[in-house]
Design a protein around this ligand. Structure first.
Ligand SMILES: [Zn+2]
Length: 163
């Protein structure tokens, strides 16, 4: 067993991380090919033959600035009113939504959102997300995606969109 607690690595724009061996200090790039939804710990074997754990963190994944029209609904309120907003940046973990004259949104509200990526396929993204930040002055709502069942193809579309 390794005596090292796992070092945390943030996945880069290119989907790679640079791992540093805690034994010999060799730095080696590692491509994260597989689409992982969650942060996780894995064991890496260095060329010096030592094995050590690393933690891969996706939360800091590349945020892309965009301007995409979206429709959203506040699931935490009784109204089923669909409103229009603009997605201003997006990452695998969440997005920022610009809203217009909507002061009803509060922290921890759950929003449902639907929009199409401006990629070739115009992939449709439907998400449920939690409000984690509100900038009332600029009308920007920061949201974190909630885990959804059967979101596989959306995650994949988003992943390639952000690459
Ligand atoms: Zn090593």
């Amino acid at each position: 067993m390794s005596t090292f607690s796992p070092e945390k690595y943030y996945v880069s724009k290119k989907g790679t991380i640079n791992i540093k061996c805690p034994y010999c200090a060799v730095i080696k790039p590692l491509a994260i090919n597989k689409l992982q939804k969650k942060s996780h710990v894995l064991k890496v074997k260095c060329s010096c033959n030592k094995v050590f754990p690393i933690e891969i963190e996706y939360r800091q994944f590349y945020r892309k600035e965009v301007h995409i029209l979206a429709e959203y609904m506040n699931d935490s309120h009784n109204t089923k009113e669909v409103k229009a907003g603009v997605v201003t940046d997006i990452s695998l973990g969440g997005l920022a939504l610009k809203v217009f004259n909507d002061s009803s949104i509060e922290l921890s509200d759950t929003l449902k959102i639907i929009f199409k990526l401006d990629n070739k396929l115009h992939s449709e993204i439907k998400k449920r997300m939690k409000v984690v930040h509100i900038d009332r002055k600029r009308g920007i709502i920061g949201c974190k995606f909630e885990e959804m069942a059967n979101a596989g193809s959306q995650e994949k579309d988003l992943y390639y969109y952000l690459k």
